[in-house]
Design a protein around this ligand. Structure first.
Ligand code: ADP
Ligand code: MG
Length: 239
């Protein structure tokens, strides 16, 4: 009760969804596995952000999530840590299988920042990752995708479509999908690519959408792709 009031005072609220998992206030309460806790300690982070306090229990329970949260609210770790936990709970990749977790982001710069964050938490469980974006040579990206597989792939939609069409990777095993900065991806005209990408992921996937703004275009895409018993949350004045 006190916790919820404190979080509401900090602008976190759930606007849709039944039986929403209880908000957490500490890293311990989120019940991350020990390997994640060790990495968190190493990072020296003291407390989760309000966005993380609400997003983690939802994402870790396997629910779909729509999070409308202002820039700087800590959205990256809100999905990166659940992605790591999800990947570790899946059977290992067989030869020729593409990523288990896929993060789509609008720009190369953002994708590489996200991959850096992934790298910090992937090492301890030996999860492999790849960054697939335009504007850089394809060779090393293909190598990262193929050499023993990459469980987590951070991608911009255009280059990923190139690799899917070219058979350099596939999404047969992809059961955790994140659309980060969904509003910017739509502004940049990526909707057709996103639709084609999502169509190739597993039907039983978990899908999370993060956005700083909540215009009608984003609402429509969210309604189309985030439909497995979703929870919709807001942080701050966003949306
Ligand atoms: P957003 O995607 O919502 O704009 P980011 O995920 O980029 O936000 O995080 C913004 C900044 O806050 C980053 O520098 C990140 O490292 C930092 N950060 C994230 N989570 C925490 C936390 N729990 N405690 C302190 N700093 C954090
Ligand atoms: Mg972000």
């Amino acid at each position: 009760r006190a916790t919820e009031d404190a979080m509401r005072a900090r602008g976190v609220r759930v606007v849709r969804g039944a039986d929403v998992p209880k908000i957490v206030t500490t890293f311990e309460e989120a019940s991350f596995p020990a390997y994640v806790m060790d990495d968190l300690k190493e990072r020296g982070l003291a407390t989760p952000t309000p966005c993380q306090c609400q997003a983690w229990p939802i994402a870790l329970s396997g629910r779909d999530l729509i999070a409308v949260a202002e820039t700087g609210s800590g959205k990256t770790l809100a999905y990166v840590l659940p992605a790591i936990v999800h990947v570790n709970a899946q059977p290992v990749l067989e030869k020729g299988e593409g990523p288990i977790a896929l993060v789509l982001a609008p720009t190369r710069e953002l994708a590489s920042q996200i991959e850096l964050e992934v790298a910090k938490f992937a090492a301890s469980s030996e999860i492999k990752h790849a960054c697939v974006t335009g504007g850089v040579p394809k060779g090393p990206q293909i190598k990262a995708l193929k050499s023993g597989g990459s469980e987590i792939c951070v991608a911009t939609p255009g280059r990923l479509i190139d690799f899917l069409d070219g058979g350099q990777t596939n999404l047969r095993r992809t059961s955790f999908v994140v659309l980060d900065e969904a509003d910017r991806m739509l502004d940049m005209g990526f909707e057709p690519q996103i639709r084609r990408i999502i169509a190739q992921t597993r039907c039983d996937r978990q899908t999370l959408l993060f956005t700083a703004t909540w215009p009608v275009e984003v609402r429509e895409v969210a309604r189309e792709f985030i439909r497995n018993d979703p929870v919709e949350m807001r942080v701050g004045g966003a949306g």
